[in-house]
Write a protein that binds this ligand. Structure first.
Ligand SMILES: O=C(O)c1ccccc1NCC(=O)[C@H](O)[C@H](O)COP(=O)(O)O
Length: 206
């Protein structure tokens, strides 16, 4: 099984190069202005020029209006949309692009019901429930993920070099996603942490 790796919240071209060189499968750009990792779509387009072919670009939104999403799609080479707020399936699918929907996991959230509400999603991204919607560096209780959840999953939330292997072994997600765990500061990736995280995730697949 080959677990895909997404590194999210990139803001610098040197970090884009480090992440691609480390072998990540996707990079995420945060189009949510309150985030310290926020970049404009025009900046994301500049950063994406540093990418080699076959590295996916994920555009992340939180409760954006449809025009904002459309303008981003027109301005940057976004391959996959990620909706991380309170969006519903109809809103997410209107752009005619593949999308992943984030669930902010906490006790009491019925993930089977949540998944059923997003039949159009290519995958569900399971993240911790944190202030500011995401990027919190917090791990949620992985035992809250029902074995019956038969959807393509991206595991996220507080992953780092020390727990990503266990995360993959326990939940066998299609992909893992990380931001804080590979940073020196919010939006500033640490090259050694990036490389160590990718190596730890890849080691499980061997
Ligand atoms: O990264 C952010 O700043 C952010 C802000 C608001 C909504 C979502 C955000 N990030 C979404 C991601 O996909 C993160 O990689 C995910 O939440 C995991 O973050 P972390 O726990 O810091 O690894």
């Amino acid at each position: 099984m080959h677990t895909r790796i997404k590194i999210c919240g990139l803001t610098r071209s040197e970090d884009v190069e480090v992440v691609a060189d480390a072998g990540a499968d996707a990079v995420g750009f945060v189009f949510y202005p309150p985030s310290p990792r926020y970049v404009t779509p025009a900046r994301a387009a500049e950063l994406a020029r540093s990418l080699p072919p076959f590295v996916s670009v994920v555009g992340l939104f939180v409760n954006a209006d449809a025009d904002t999403v459309r303008q981003a799609l027109a301005s940057a080479p976004i391959h996959l949309l990620q909706f991380h707020g309170d969006e519903d399936d109809a809103f997410c699918r209107q752009f005619g692009r593949p999308f992943i929907k984030a669930a902010r996991v906490r006790p009491g959230l019925d993930l089977l019901q949540y998944a059923a509400a997003f039949p159009s999603a290519q995958a569900l991204l399971l993240d911790a429930f944190v202030d500011g919607y995401g990027g919190g560096g917090a791990v949620f209780d992985w035992s809250l993920v029902p074995a019956a959840l038969s959807r393509t999953l991206v595991l996220s939330g507080g992953l780092d070099v020390d727990n990503v292997g266990e995360a993959i072994r326990r939940l066998q997600p299609a992909a893992v996603d990380v931001s804080s765990g590979v940073e020196a500061a919010k939006g500033i990736k640490d090259a050694a942490k990036v490389r160590a995280f990718v190596a730890a995730a890849r080691a499980v697949d061997l």
